[in-house]
Design a protein around this ligand. Structure first.
Ligand SMILES: [Zn+2]
Length: 210
């Protein structure tokens, strides 16, 4: 990624229609849950991280994908760690929320992803950049964090660092994109959603006994 910001030229992003159901892709077809192990190194307030996960989960559900959040590290370190966090496994995603990013990253980047088709993909969100956008009043904090997480999960499941011209996978979100996000209209395209669903199924099959 990518992203941000109030300084980017405003481009009107057309709303992306919800994923198709006529092919059974989001209907009653078997839909595996994708585990997402969350490691919070930025001490994100619980009043933000929970709603942000729900926001990202809603966006992914619209794409036909159910996420299974596993809290693997919390700010206080007092809460028990989910047993599943200790397990290996190649199909899930690792979400790390870092306090800030390295200097080599673009100044507008909200995060980055290391796609790994053969293993657990690492998704990193830079919390300082999220806070920067909060200070610029582009959207509420959980909206920004949730959309950033969904975007990076998109990279991980598309196994690609490329961006689209419109929608959630744009490289830069304009003010009009944030307005769409505010009314839950900033989405993956149908093609992106279909490719991501295929990847979730492929990852689930990696762990089936052969
Ligand atoms: Zn991106």
């Amino acid at each position: 990624m990518c992203l941000s910001g109030t300084s980017y030229p405003e481009v009107l992003a057309a709303p992306v229609p919800p994923p198709a159901t006529e092919h059974g892709s989001t209907g009653d077809k078997w839909r595996p849950r994708l585990p997402v192990k969350v490691y919070d190194y930025a001490q994100v307030p619980s009043s933000v991280i929970g709603p942000a996960e729900r926001e990202a989960g809603r966006i992914l559900i619209e794409a036909g994908i159910n996420l299974n959040w596993l809290t693997c590290r919390v700010a206080s370190s007092q809460e028990p760690i989910a047993p599943a966090c200790q397990e290996g496994g190649r199909r899930g995603l690792i979400l790390r929320i870092a306090p800030h990013g390295a200097g080599s990253l673009g100044s507008l980047a909200l995060g980055f992803t290391q796609p790994d088709p053969g293993g657990a993909a690492y998704v990193t969100i830079l919390y300082s950049r999220v806070r920067e956008l909060v200070r610029n009043h582009v959207a509420s904090e959980h909206k920004i964090l949730g959309h950033a997480i969904a975007h990076e999960i998109g990279h991980a499941l598309l196994n690609s660092r490329t961006h689209s011209a419109t929608g959630l996978m744009r490289a830069q979100w304009s003010a009009s994109d944030w307005r769409l996000a505010d009314v839950e209209q900033l989405r993956f395209s149908r093609q992106e959603a279909a490719a991501m669903r295929s990847e979730v199924v492929r990852r689930a099959e990696l762990e089936l006994p052969h």
